[in-house]
Design a binder for this molecule. Structure first.
Ligand SMILES: [Zn+2]
Length: 308
């Protein structure tokens, strides 16, 4: 078969761009539980402004906020804060109304709560039909998991899974406690730990994906709409880029999603679950970023919080 020069050239260009796309690690940022209430460092309002500015400063593009819609009335200016995120180009999606554990809630009650959240979200622009299970708890019992998955599908909702789980919420809890206790915070050490938590977990789960799936997927990082995110998101994005990661649009992750695993995990994320499906040992897939005691050791070792 003879291939014309232009056809050959277009094939080579396509191959090169495919290689480039696969050579670069890609990750989308997701922030759960917005709009959260006031913190010790930022009020809810100040946090929203700071987070939007931090993402804009590094041109991080749209991120997704998974909204627990009870926060709209439970936090000051919740409605206006969500409107601010959407107006800045970010995406809003469903994280239930009341943030319940799926395995402790009947399917009927749970799906009614999903409906309520969807009703609230319909008032906003820039939404997507994505659903993030609170606590990443998809129901645990196989029959319950199936009922909930079918219920989401019937509502046109796509599972907003994560591939990189971290306990950023635990570091935030320790930080808030330190501020309330009047401890001195070493912000450089805190920044370094916040970044390492996500970046080392991302490298870890990417390596597992390469081994178990044979390729690097578009990852989704789980963060929360907390004071640490507002304070350090621009540094986080810069650190990921310096390590060879591209920050991508969340659409890039969920329009071509990873397959649904048969393994049910309440932590760690979809890459780990798919790896277990292929026979990997579950304990070997746990990273220190999802271990509260390991995070506490790093806080102590690095002198993040000190008596004044
Ligand atoms: Zn949540």
């Amino acid at each position: 078969m003879r291939i014309g020069f232009l056809a050959l050239l277009s094939i080579l260009v396509a191959l090169a761009s495919t290689a480039a796309a696969h050579g670069q690690k890609r990750i989308a940022l997701s922030y759960d539980d917005a709009p959260r209430s006031d913190g010790a460092l930022y009020t809810g309002n100040a946090r929203t402004t700071r987070l939007i500015n931090a993402l804009e400063a590094v041109d991080a593009g749209p991120v997704v906020f998974f909204v627990a819609t009870a926060g709209i009335s439970n936090s000051e200016n919740g409605q206006a804060r969500l409107e601010a995120y959407a107006s800045a180009g970010h995406i809003l999606a469903n994280h239930t109304h009341s943030h319940m554990w799926a395995h402790q809630t009947s399917a009927e009650e749970y799906l009614a709560d999903v409906n309520l959240a969807q009703t609230h979200l319909s008032e906003f622009q820039n939404t997507r039909p994505w659903f993030r299970f609170p606590y990443l708890d998809e129901g645990r019992r196989p029959d319950h998991v199936t009922t909930l998955a079918n219920g989401l599908e019937a509502r046109g909702l796509v599972n907003g899974y994560v591939t990189v789980d971290t306990y950023d919420w635990h570091l935030e809890t320790q930080f808030q406690q330190a501020l309330q206790d009047g401890l001195t915070v070493d912000y450089d050490a805190l920044r370094a730990l916040y970044i390492r938590l996500s970046l080392e977990a991302a490298e870890f789960y990417d390596q597992i994906a390469m081994e178990a799936l044979g390729h690097s997927p578009v990852h989704v990082l789980l963060l929360h709409e907390n004071d640490l995110a507002a304070h350090f998101s621009s540094d986080l994005v810069a650190a990921f880029r310096a390590a060879g990661w591209e920050i991508v649009h969340p659409d890039d992750a969920y329009t071509d999603p990873l397959p649904t695993p048969s393994t049910q995990l309440t932590s760690q994320g979809r890459v780990a679950a798919l790896a277990i499906d292929t026979g990997r040992e579950p304990l070997a897939l746990q990273h220190w970023a999802i271990d509260a005691a390991a995070i506490n050791r790093r806080i102590a070792d690095q002198g993040v919080f000190r008596e004044p």
